[in-house]
Design a protein around this ligand. Structure first.
Ligand code: UN1
Length: 520
């Protein structure tokens, strides 16, 4: 019998009438647990509970809130191995990557623990005597947080930890792909000392489920903030709902990230960066590469070597086959879209260089180990494509990559900028000017020079431009803007009504000096 888990609302475990199983992505017969599907009333209750907890949490001194964040980091550090193992089992990324995912949350805790001792405001001179001006960061109130399954710990921590340290209370709807990892993370936060009601967790799906109900709570006036990581289509809907309620949402959306290889690049380095960017995490990162743009003089050699490397890629259940580059699809939905992209490529006349769809017992690459039909696994897939094609434009979560020939730096940048997204980007070159041109003109929130398209760190701003988001940034000091508003305070001790812009005549006017008349 699968263990039954419950929502966490106000420090109390709450059950629902219906449940969904969480399965091991690498082996669908292995069930991690049964998770409740929140009803609209339960989501509303979670929001009201967060509202009730808000006044007390806001009054808790920020350094004390920071200490709890530090204790969360300590608890995650202690449980790092178990949590990483759980992540690998539930969503299918390799253990090395799962450890990185967990480490990113620990780094985030380290950063924001000390932010509790800063949260600086400013003192500002007034234009009048006996009056002082100052600014304070104030919490927004209740934040709804909706996260995706590809980074079950890191990405939620980018939102939850800064929201908490700045004094907000939370309703979190984790991905239905990774509820067990979310539950474990929430329990560690509880252990660290979060008061009841400060963090509430509701489980369930997005559409016609907990995620949708949570968005509806914007219209009921129960939320002051919403932060979402997921698809651009859903992000637009959340943005519209937030907009009509005058709430500024955090939207971290899709990407079709370009990786450019120039003619002078160190090809060994570029090839390993490209292979990782394309197929690491089975291509299911927001920061995975979507298109590799290769300068014409090295195109043929790059293509030959890249396809040869793809033939050798080790794939399988990461818990049973250590050393694989990637495991299964996180869910069947991603697999179905990826399966469909073979039709898009064929319809546009793209050339399939490598890949044969789903890995099965009778159709498997030589690097595959184990039983491919225990879950959804995909062949590493390589296309020769052109700008404008659907597979060039559309984000596909899965192991697929397009090789696109370009000629020179200008065409590389123009081609890279022709997609509707702008999350991450990378260039391999040793030419100072080309690297400069790329970082100056590429439309992306993140740019790597001689490294892969992945690699966000916990203290750098993360977020995109164009279809990849609405300009908000996560991580580091930048995320503070997303969870606070600025209060400007005029403190007047003059004991009388002094009016700004009007009662400022401290210096009497003098007659003008005519410089021409000063000297004969
Ligand atoms: C994501 O895919 O949503 O840079 C986040 C990276 C990771 C974070 C990715 N550190 O790929």
């Amino acid at each position: 019998m699968a263990k039954r888990f419950q929502h966490l609302i106000g420090g109390v475990e709450v059950d629902s009438p219906t449940h969904t199983l969480s399965r091991n992505s690498s082996n669908l017969e292995d069930v991690l647990g049964e998770f409740p599907n929140a009803t609209r009333e339960q989501v509303r209750l979670a929001c009201q509970t967060a509202r009730d907890a808000a006044a007390e949490w806001r009054r808790t001194p920020a350094p004390i809130r920071g200490e709890i964040i530090g204790s969360i980091g300590t608890a995650i550090t202690r449980e790092k191995e178990a949590l990483s193992h759980l992540l690998t089992r539930e969503m299918g990324k390799t253990l090395k990557e799962a450890r990185g995912d967990v480490q990113e949350a620990i780094d985030t805790c380290h950063f924001f623990q000390s932010e509790g001792r800063r949260l600086y405001g400013q003192t500002v001179p007034s234009e009048m005597q006996n009056k002082e001006l100052m600014t304070y960061r104030r919490p927004l109130g209740v934040a709804a947080i909706i996260t995706a399954g590809n980074f079950p710990i890191a990405v939620p921590s980018w939102k939850i930890i800064p929201a908490l340290v700045t004094g907000n209370t939370i309703v979190w709807k984790p991905s239905e792909d990774c509820p067990a990892a979310a539950y474990a993370f929430a329990k560690l936060m509880e252990e660290a000392g979060l008061p009841a009601g400060v963090l509430n967790v509701v489980f369930g799906g997005g559409k016609d489920g907990a995620g949708q109900y949570l968005v509806e709570m914007l219209d009921e006036g129960l939320l002051n903030k919403i932060a979402f990581t997921g698809s651009t289509a859903v992000g637009r809907q959340i943005g519209a709902a937030a907009g009509r309620n005058l709430i500024h949402p955090t939207l971290e959306l899709g990407g079709k990230n370009p990786l450019v290889v120039m003619r002078d690049a160190d090809l060994d380095n570029a090839l390993s960066g490209a292979l990782w960017s394309a197929f690491g995490t089975g291509g299911q990162r927001c920061t995975s590469a979507g298109n590799i743009l290769i300068d014409a003089p090295v195109y043929a050699e790059f293509k030959k070597r890249f396809v040869a490397m793809a033939r050798e890629v080790a794939i399988g259940d990461p818990l049973k086959q250590p050393g694989v580059l990637y495991g299964p699809f996180i869910n069947e939905r991603f697999f179905r879209t990826w399966e469909q992209h073979y039709e898009w490529g064929a319809a546009d006349g793209a050339k399939l260089l490598y890949g044969k769809g789903r890995i099965t017992r009778t159709s498997k690459p030589k690097g595959f180990k184990g039983d491919p039909e225990a879950a959804f696994y995909g062949w590493p897939t390589i296309w020769e494509a052109r700008r404008g094609m659907k597979i060039f434009q559309t984000e596909v979560f899965g192991p697929t990559i397009n090789l696109v020939k370009v000629n020179g730096i200008d065409e590389a940048i123009e081609t890279a900028n022709s997609v509707d997204y702008g999350l991450s980007s990378a260039i391999y070159t040793n030419n100072r000017d080309w690297a400069y041109q790329f970082k100056d003109r590429i439309q992306a929130g993140m740019t790597s020079i001689n490294n892969s398209t992945t690699g966000a760190e916990a203290h750098l701003p993360f977020g995109g431009v164009k279809g990849s988001g609405n300009g908000t940034r996560e991580s580091g000091i930048w995320v503070l803007e997303s969870y606070t508003y600025w209060q400007a305070v005029n403190d007047d001790v003059s004991g009388k009504l002094q009016l700004a812009q009007m009662d400022t005549g401290y210096i009497a006017p003098r007659p003008p000096v005519d410089v021409g008349a000063l000297v004969d």
